[in-house]
Design a protein around this ligand. Structure first.
Ligand code: PHE
Ligand code: ZN
Length: 850
């Protein structure tokens, strides 16, 4: 399992496949512990190959027989697979292998979840099913025959035949093996249909375990909306007779875009008002869209190799973000995306795991499904969109689909399409893919005789393996406001290309207030010395919703910083601006909810570290508590009226409008809880008829220390609903008093409903723990020890999840020497574990540093 020293693979070592595949036939004879997989694969030498070696990937498969053109052959075992002497002419490879789905706890390849068979092949899972050139630039049509007792037998493509105990599926579209899928089990479908823009009727099926039918309506609607949106916005039509989604309880990620047969983590598709929060609904809609959009950006046009992962992921995230912006509120969606980007990607970019959006090398590809590949990748597409404008963007996309349909492409191919279609030279722009790290953008201003100047200086700190960085092409969206708050210059996109550059605005009657980086037009950290008054002015007047929110956020951070460092910043300007904003009923409640949301404690730790202050998680937590209390007291008189306005009388709908009201209502309830000791929360808890309001009330009761009864009742009521129980675990960890966090986690891991075999459950405890800085960063190191103990236990069961959760330690260099020593000891202890997986070895070594 473990390589002694895992060897990285390099982008520059790419060579074309030696053999191409014309056709694949697979037969599965399902058995929980001894499934037989029979393959018949038509291959031919690739004229573009540089060698003639016939190599097939294969890991953990037991060969029963292997043949070329009907004659037995004896493969040689090599790293990651086998080598065989093969003709320099077309031939047929046949193999029969045996695999053990039940014993597969890593959830990669063919495995069992909750009594059903399912697969996960991205990135390199197909090689655990049978021998195959398991690389994305080998694309072929697949025919799959499944034999088994399960009532439902599914694979990619269209159903072509079936009988008692078997079914056959044919996928005519050539695809790489990572998009292969098989599902078998006792399932029932919500069925629907969709008529495409050219009038073709597509069957839609959303498969779930019996009992979950009531949680499928929203997912199906989201799918149909996604199909319509892709036709309208990108001219992309669906291309098979049937599109299926299957919900699976044990899944490492959110969901997977297998051709025609998407497999979803239950948490990413199942929802109902009683069991799911507004945030769940919104996430589900976005993930369904994301996976559906992959049909064109990922499947019809795929990646040549895994260094190109962001080609499909960055673009598809940008597409799902645009979809959400269209379906809901564009500015609220943008603010939420930026909060997530900063919380995950900036954090990654700032530490030992920083890497390029197109890496030059990697050890374990599973470790590169990161915020940088996904979210920063999406920011790059967004910048391109901003630079060329919507029409040219659409024209370029049309050319991309026309030129590359059916191919396995590179990020360079993508940029060339944009160069050819717009005539722009994108060589400097490409640095966004090749240089890691978040640029710091410093701004200074100058006002003289009616001329206003903004001077920007960019600087990107070194990241592992990359010291000096060349300047990026940064699109900076800027608008100017006059002294009375009117916009005197509408948004204009400045294109910064130099390390330092000045932009001049003439003909202004008075010194303007600039609104810089509107809509967060580039993934950079803006550094500007301004006064609280100016930020309060922007919070009140900026027409750009993002910068309006940003002004409030930076005021809050400034106040928190003052509370932590002891030179208590005046809170009056902040509280006053906040109150005015809150009472402004022209503003969308969802926006006001975001504006009222406190900066996260991890975000504050990074902000302090950037300012040269060693963050103390306890003090940050105390400062946040202090500020929450001041806000509650300051806003006291407005609370009752505002809360009344946020009441929703209509039946529950997961709409943007209703969820915005509930979000603001819950923020207000949190404030009120500090004043009434939990009375209002208790009454909301008693009457709530949807999960958003119950869970929100329960969180407040936990904060108020009045949740013992409700926590027990909640458990009893929901003990049979795994997704709701995940919330029960998560909430208690997230709201634990810092001093009790370790004990809370220990107690919850002893709960009979805790299991480390289910990724959702494990994450609901340990993901929440890592997300609670004051709980995790105990001075005595007990938080680090606890997490390390569990990572060591989980690694042999599920290396991918272990590696992912190791990221909890990625910020360790921010903290004081004592904490650093404690963390380092844990990192070394994990690394010293016998048989540690390649996934975890890579992550922990990178975090620790050479
Ligand atoms: N490709 C999936 C997505 O982005 C994510 C994924 C990666 C799922 C690897 C499983 C394994 O939608
Ligand atoms: Zn994706």
């Amino acid at each position: 399992m473990k390589d002694a020293s895992p060897q990285p693979i390099h982008l520059t070592d790419y060579t074309p496949p030696e053999y191409l595949v014309d056709d694949v036939h697979l037969t599965f004879r399902l058995d929980p512990t001894a499934t037989r997989v029979l393959s018949r694969i038509a291959l031919r030498p690739n004229p573009d190959a540089v060698s003639k070696r016939f190599f097939l990937h294969g890991e953990g498969v037991k060969a029963i027989s292997t043949k070329i053109d009907g004659k037995d052959v004896t493969p040689r075992s090599v790293e990651h697979g086998i080598e065989v002497d093969a003709p320099d002419a077309p031939f047929v490879w046949e193999a029969e292998v045996e695999i053990d789905p039940q014993g597969n706890t890593a959830l990669e390849g063919l495995y069992m979840s909750n009594g059903m068979y399912c697969t996960q092949c991205e990135a390199e899972g197909f090689r655990k099913i049978t021998y195959y050139p398991d690389r994305p630039d080998v694309m072929a049509p697949f025919t799959v025959r499944i034999e088994g007792d399960a009532p439902v037998l599914l694979s990619n493509g269209n159903p072509t035949a079936s009988g008692d105990g078997w079914a056959e599926w044919t996928d005519p579209w050539p695809k790489p093996s990572y998009l292969f899928a098989l599902v078998a089990g006792d399932l029932i479908a919500r069925e629907d249909s969709f008529t495409t823009m050219s009038g073709k009727e597509v069957d839609l099926k959303l498969w779930v375990r019996p009992g979950d039918e009531g949680k499928t309506a929203f997912g199906m609607e989201a799918l149909k909306k996604s199909m319509t949106w892709d036709e309208e916005k990108y001219g992309r039509e669906y291309d098979l007779d049937i599109f299926q989604i299957v919900a699976v309880s044990d899944f490492n990620m959110g969901a997977m875009e297998n051709k025609g047969l998407n497999i979803f983590n239950t948490s990413a598709v199942l929802c109902s008002p009683e069991t799911s929060t507004d945030a769940n609904f919104e996430r589900i809609e976005a993930i369904i869209a994301h996976e559906y959009f992959h049909n064109w950006t990922g499947n019809r046009i795929t990646c040549r190799d895994w260094f190109q992962l962001s080609l499909k992921e960055g673009l598809t995230v940008f597409r799902d973000q645009s979809f959400t912006a269209d379906e809901r509120s564009a500015s609220v969606a943008r603010i939420s995306d930026v909060i997530a980007l900063r919380g995950r990607q900036f954090r990654e970019d700032n530490g030992p795991l920083a890497h390029q959006v197109q890496p030059d090398s990697f050890v374990e590809i599973n470790n590169f499904y990161t915020a940088t590949i996904y979210e920063k990748g999406a920011e790059i597409i967004r910048m391109l969109h901003t630079l060329v404008g919507p029409e040219a963007y659409r024209k370029a996309l049309d050319l991309y689909f026309e030129r590359h349909d059916g191919q396995a492409c590179t990020i360079d191919d993508w940029l060339t399409v944009f160069e050819d279609s717009t005539g722009r030279d994108l060589s400097q722009f490409k640095r966004w893919y090749k240089q890691a790290g978040t640029p710091r953008l410093r701004v200074s201003e100058n006002w003289e005789d009616g001329t206003y100047q903004l001077t920007f200086t960019q600087n990107t700190p070194p990241t592992p393996g990359q010291d000096g960085k060349d300047p990026f092409l940064i699109p900076i969206a800027v608008g100017l406001l006059g002294p009375n708050g009117d916009e005197v210059r509408p948004t204009e996109v400045l294109e910064m290309t130099e390390g330092s550059q000045t932009f001049t605005f003439d003909g202004l009657p008075a010194k303007p207030t600039p609104s810089i980086l509107r809509g967060f037009s580039a993934p950079v950290i803006l550094e500007r010395d301004t006064s609280p008054e100016e930020r309060a002015f922007l919070l009140a007047h900026d027409t750009d919703q993002f910068n309006k929110w940003e002004a409030g956020r930076s005021l809050a951070k400034e106040v928190l910083t003052g509370l932590v460092t002891g030179d208590a910043a005046p809170q009056a300007a902040y509280l006053d601006a906040l109150a005015t904003m809150l009472r402004d009923d022209h503003l969308d409640p969802a926006f006001r909810a975001l504006a009222l949301q406190m900066p996260g404690e991890d975000d504050m730790a990074q902000t302090l570290a950037d300012a040269g202050v060693t963050p103390d998680p306890d003090r940050i937590h105390e400062a946040a508590e202090t500020l929450r209390q001041s806000r509650a007291e300051y806003l006291q008189d407005s609370l009752p009226r505002l809360m009344a306005e946020m009441t929703v009388d209509a039946p529950f709908e997961p709409s943007a409008e209703q969820s915005g009201k509930r979000a603001l209502g819950l923020q207000l309830l949190k404030l009120l809880t500090r004043l009434d000791g939990g009375k209002a929360a208790q009454s909301q808890w008693e009457k709530a008829d949807n999960m958003t309001l119950s869970l929100g009330a329960l969180a407040c009761l936990l904060d108020a220390g009045k949740a013992d009864g409700p926590i027990a009742d909640f458990r009893e009521h929901w003990k049979d609903d795994a997704l709701v129980m995940d919330k029960w675990f998560m909430l208690q960890v997230g709201h634990a008093d810092p001093a009790n966090a370790v004990a809370t986690v220990e107690r919850l891991t002893r709960d009979p409903a805790f299991t480390m075999k289910n990724p959702n459950r494990f994450r609901s405890v340990f993901g929440a723990f890592a997300g609670h800085p004051a709980g995790f960063h105990q001075k005595d190191g007990s938080g680090y020890r606890l997490l390390a103990d569990w990572l060591i236990k989980l690694d042999p069961v599920n290396p991918q999840i272990t590696a992912r959760l190791s990221g909890a330690f990625e910020t360790w260099k921010r903290y004081d020497a004592d904490r650093q020593d404690l963390i380092k000891a844990e990192l070394n202890r994990i690394l010293a574990t016998d048989g540690l997986s390649r996934d975890t070895t890579e992550m922990i070594s990178r975090i620790r540093g050479a």
